[in-house]
Design a protein around this ligand. Structure first.
Ligand SMILES: [Zn+2]
Length: 204
């Protein structure tokens, strides 16, 4: 499943400015307002558009960022990543190849950085680490790239597997769901119906 040219133009407009109204996007992309509204709604449903956030200036807010590379045994990498997931200072966390993790962390002062480093020694699965303060931000942008031929990796709403062919669509409530095959479609519809009945019973 591919994005069409209008989808791509809409996404590019929104990536530049997530506060554009449907009308402003329609004017920019030269399509009607309902087309924009439909397409944005669909892309939100599919999880392509994950949300709209403000991009803040970390340095103006007094933040000091460090890039941390951690090496673990490949079998420990998930366990180590779990230790960092909920720490507010860890802003980005990537598992990369060969049992390594990359973390982008932001702190309000040097003392906080040092406290964080001290705590690393308590995690015994860490084989070694390297910590580098960020000196200047030369480029910082969303990782997503939208261009011609961008294809979608859609997940089946029922079996959670990747949808390889054109999806089967089910409209339920005000959302559209995507299924990989007629069997999943039937399963999903039955599950959705029984969920709805359950919800109605609770209301009654
Ligand atoms: Zn499926």
């Amino acid at each position: 499943m591919n994005l069409d040219a209008t989808d791509i133009n809409i996404l590019q407009a929104l990536m530049e400015n997530g506060r554009l109204s449907f009308r402003q996007i329609a004017e920019k992309v030269k399509v009607s307002v309902p087309t924009v509204s439909n397409k944005v709604g669909n892309m939100e449903n599919m999880g392509i558009i994950k949300g709209y956030t403000a991009r803040l200036d970390t340095e103006k807010l007094g933040g000091q960022s460090v890039l941390l590379t951690i090496k673990t045994r490949p079998s420990d990498v998930k366990k180590v990543s779990e230790r960092f997931k909920d720490i507010t200072n860890v802003r980005q966390l990537f598992i990369v190849s060969n049992g390594r993790l990359h973390l982008m962390c932001t702190f309000s002062n040097t003392l906080a950085v040092n406290e964080f480093i001290t705590k690393l020694s308590e995690i015994h699965e860490i084989v070694e680490y390297d910590i580098s303060p960020i000196v200047s931000i030369e480029k910082e942008w969303s990782r997503a790239i939208v261009a011609d031929g961008t294809s979608l990796m859609l997940q089946c709403s029922y079996c959670k597997k990747e949808i390889r062919d054109s999806p089967y669509k089910v409209k339920a409530g005000d959302k559209e769901y995507y299924l990989c095959c007629p069997v999943c479609q039937k399963g999903f519809e039955e599950k959705y119906e029984s969920m709805k009945e359950g919800a109605e019973k609770v209301k009654a």
